[in-house]
Every structure is written in structure tokens, then in C-alpha cells.
Design a binder for this molecule. Structure first.
Ligand code: AP5
Ligand code: MG
Ligand code: ZN
Length: 213
């Protein structure tokens, strides 16, 4: 099964993708996480995207399409959840062409509908496990044991530079102008389904599971 989670910054894509990975045996392909890993490794790609990401703007389509193609190749046909890709109409078109070429297809595109105003607080309170990428929140979703990742036991967490309110504003603009136009693209293909991303985290998981049944 191949799934896309779509939604603005802070919609909960990463939070839900991690849960689905385990339950359905899918691999999360999160382009933002991939880029952050490139930055942490000090690679040429990491250096190239650093300033763009921290400002809140999108990285160019050619770079992102090449990155995702190499990751889908490595899966050897195993199912995936895309989190953060596609983010523009050209990326969505390139994904379709890539999958068709491999004899694969998308099964579900799930829009996480959210109220933008509430997301600023979600992003401002977010912290992420350095080792496994699990996402937490200062008030909405604290680790069960303070300072220890529920998933992998690590005690190291980071906060993202692009969660500053100035960068969040630019990320929302990029979503509205560049990403939202892919919703009608998938609606036209009759594979778009919408869940209420403002519900609590467990409830959103249940809604997604209903879609995937
Ligand atoms: P990326 O890392 O993909 O960031 P994003 O799309 O802005 O999304 P986020 O990761 O901020 O939000 P999320 O939906 O995963 O929310 P989360 O689950 O963490 O991209 C970063 C940058 O990389 C881009 O700006 C761009 O520069 C570049 N990039 C990446 N992909 C690209 C592409 N394809 N093309 C071009 N450029 C690209 O949840 C957020 C917080 O809320 C957490 O604290 C969580 O605990 C909490 N929370 C989650 N769900 C709920 C809930 N239901 N109720 C209450 N709190 C909740
Ligand atoms: Mg994310
Ligand atoms: Zn962890």
C-alpha cells in the first residue's frame, strides 16, 4: 500500500506517519527529515538547502524529485507513506510518472485538514527525538517519562530553526501558494480523502485507519 499524507506545516504528518509505519509495515519517506539528515552529515546537498529551509521556503523541484526517486528505488516495492512530498504540482506529476514506470500506484492521498491559526502554537511547542525523529510537544504530547523518547529511549531532543514564527509564516505561505494546488490534482483522480487534523492525536490515527481499511 502506498499512501500520501498531505497538510500544512504542523498538521501532524510526521506524528501520524510514524504510527502507520509500525501498524501497517510501511516505510515513512519524509523529505524534510531526509534534508535535515543531509545537513547533519555536512553533505553538499545539506549545505545547498540549509538557508532555504531555515527561511521557510521550498527547495527546488529537481532536487526533491531526484531525492525521492532514489529512496523509492531502495524500497524494492515495499509500501510507503510519503510525508512532505509532493509539495508542488510538478512534484506530483513527477511522482505519478515515477510510479507508473515502476508498475506501482498510489492507493490513498489523505488530506489532514487543520486550522492554520492553531498550528503556530503546535510548531512553537514541538521538539523531536534526535535518534528516531519522533515528534513531541511541550503541552499536547510530552514523552511518558520526562526527557526520554517513548519510542527509542534516547534523551536527546532538538527544536527546528524553521519553527520560529517568522519562518512559520513563510512556510504557511508556501503551502497556500505552492502545495494547496495539488489537492484538486488528486481530487480529480478520485483518490483524495480528508481527515480532521484538529482532533486529538489518537483520534486522527483512528480516522486515518478508517480510510486505509
Ligand atoms: P518538513 O519537515 O516536511 O516540514 P513541514 O511540512 O513544514 O511539516 P512539519 O514537519 O513542520 O509538520 P508535521 O505535519 O510533520 O507535524 P508534526 O507531526 O511534527 O519540511 C521542512 C522544509 O524542508 C520545508 O520548509 C522545505 O524547505 C524543505 N522540504 C521538505 N520537503 C520538500 C519538498 N517536497 N519540496 C521542497 N522543499 C521541501 O506535528 C507538529 C507538532 O504538533 C508536534 O509537536 C506534535 O506533537 C503536535 N501534534 C501533532 N498532531 C497533533 C494533534 N492532532 N493535536 C495536537 N498536537 C499535535
Ligand atoms: Mg514533519
Ligand atoms: Zn526516539
Amino acid at each position: 500500500m502506498n499512501v500520501i499524507l498531505l497538510g500544512p506545516p504542523g498538521a501532524g504528518k510526521g506524528t501520524q506517519a510514524k504510527r502507520l509505519e509500525e501498524k501497517y509495515g510501511l516505510t515513512q519517506l519524509a523529505t524534510g527529515d531526509m534534508l535535515r539528515a543531509e545537513r547533519a552529515s555536512g553533505s553538499a546537498l545539506g549545505k545547498q538547502v540549509q538557508a532555504i529551509m531555515d527561511s521557510g521556503r521550498l527547495v527546488d523541484d529537481a532536487t526533491m524529485i531526484a531525492l525521492i526517486a532514489s529512496r523509492i528505488d531502495k524500497l524494492g516495492g515495499k509500501g510507503f507513506i510519503l510525508d512532505g512530498f509532493p509539495r508542488t504540482v510538478p512534484q506530483a506529476e513527477a511522482l505519478d510518472a515515477m510510479l507508473a514506470h515502476k508498475g506501482l500506484k498510489l492507493d490513498h492521498v489523505i488530506e489532514m485538514a487543520v486550522d492554520e491559526a492553531a498550528l503556530v502554537a503546535r510548531l512553537a511547542g514541538r521538539f523531536t527525538c534526535v535518534k528516531c525523529g519522533a515528534s513531541y510537544h511541550d503541552t499536547n504530547h510530552r514523552p511518558k517519562v520526562d526527557g526520554v523518547c517513548d519510542v527509542c529511549g534516547t534523551r536527546d531532543f532538538v527544536r527546528r530553526a524553521d519553527d520560529r514564527p517568522e519562518a512559520v509564516k513563510i512556510r504557511f505561505e508556501a503551502y497556500r501558494k505552492q502545495t494547496a494546488p495539488i489537492l484538486p490534482y488528486y481530487r480529480g483522480k478520485k483518490i483524495l480523502e480528508t481527515v480532521d487534523g484538529m482532533a486529538d492525536i489518537d483520534d486522527v490515527t483512528r480516522q486515518i485507519e478508517t480510510v486505509l481499511k
